[in-house]
Design a protein around this ligand. Structure first.
Ligand SMILES: Cc1cc2nc3c(=O)[nH]c(=O)nc-3n(C[C@H](O)[C@H](O)[C@H](O)COP(=O)(O)O)c2cc1C
Length: 211
């Protein structure tokens, strides 16, 4: 038995440098293998009092300057973000049996960037998000449909739907990134990267964690 464990023991398969490069590699593989929304991620926020909440959003920008999603800033998440500009992201790619956690402060994207993304969406999505008071009570779904119909009349297909000022994007700038890889016999592989230092002297430090 002891010998079997020794035989199975192996070095980590998660490289110890360049967490952004590693994210790109795993994300590219997820795009190949996931049947739906490989860019779906759980977004965790918290109130100033520390009460957490979590929901799915879509990753719409990624790279060394951070991870971007778009939403309604007057929604529950938007209000929590405005009060506490920190969040955590979680990707779980089931078919790959992999998880990535990303944590850090948030900043709002520029109005130009929010405009560009808003107008890149299908006309119907622009109308439907402009018509939605996201996270607020809806007495009846017909109320929402009426609002959509009104906006469609005002801004028919082909016309420019103005982006509501509260419909915007946020960029999470990672201070920590953690990669988890399924391994046989529960002996999973886990590596956490954390930004250390200050100012221009920031660098990633990493360590393996017990799974
Ligand atoms: C796969 C998936 C992707 C989603 N993507 C987004 C998104 O990009 N932006 C968004 O505002 N809501 C998105 N939603 C809806 C949110 O999960 C949530 O219902 C909504 O944003 C309201 O959340 P809140 O009340 O915490 O603000 C998505 C839901 C799912 C299941």
């Amino acid at each position: 038995m002891r010998q079997e464990i020794a035989v199975k023991a192996e070095q980590s398969a998660i490289p110890s440098s360049d967490p952004f490069g590693l994210f790109e590699e795993w994300f590219a593989q997820a795009r190949e293998s996931e049947p739906n929304d490989p860019n779906a991620m759980a977004l965790a926020t918290a109130t100033p009092g520390g009460a957490p909440s979590v929901r799915m959003v879509l990753l719409k920008g990624h790279g060394a300057d951070g991870y971007v999603f778009y939403t309604n800033a007057q929604s529950r998440k938007g209000q929590e973000i405005r009060a506490n500009m920190q969040a955590a992201l979680l990707f779980h790619w089931k078919s790959l049996r992999r998880q990535i956690r990303i944590e850090g402060p948030l900043e709002e994207v520029s109005a130009a960037m929010a405009d560009d993304y808003f107008h890149s969406r299908p006309h119907v999505s622009q109308i439907a998000s402009a018509a939605s008071d996201q996270s607020r009570p809806l007495a009846d779904r017909s109320e929402y449909y009426d609002r959509v119909a009104k906006l469609e009349e005002e801004y028919p297909e082909g016309s420019n739907v103005p982006r509501p000022a509260h419909w915007t994007g946020f960029r999470l700038r990672p201070r920590a990134m953690e990669f988890w890889l399924d391994r046989p016999g529960r002996m999973h592989d886990r590596r956490r990267f954390e930004l250390a230092g200050a100012g221009d002297a920031l660098s990633w430090e990493d360590r393996l964690l017990y799974p």
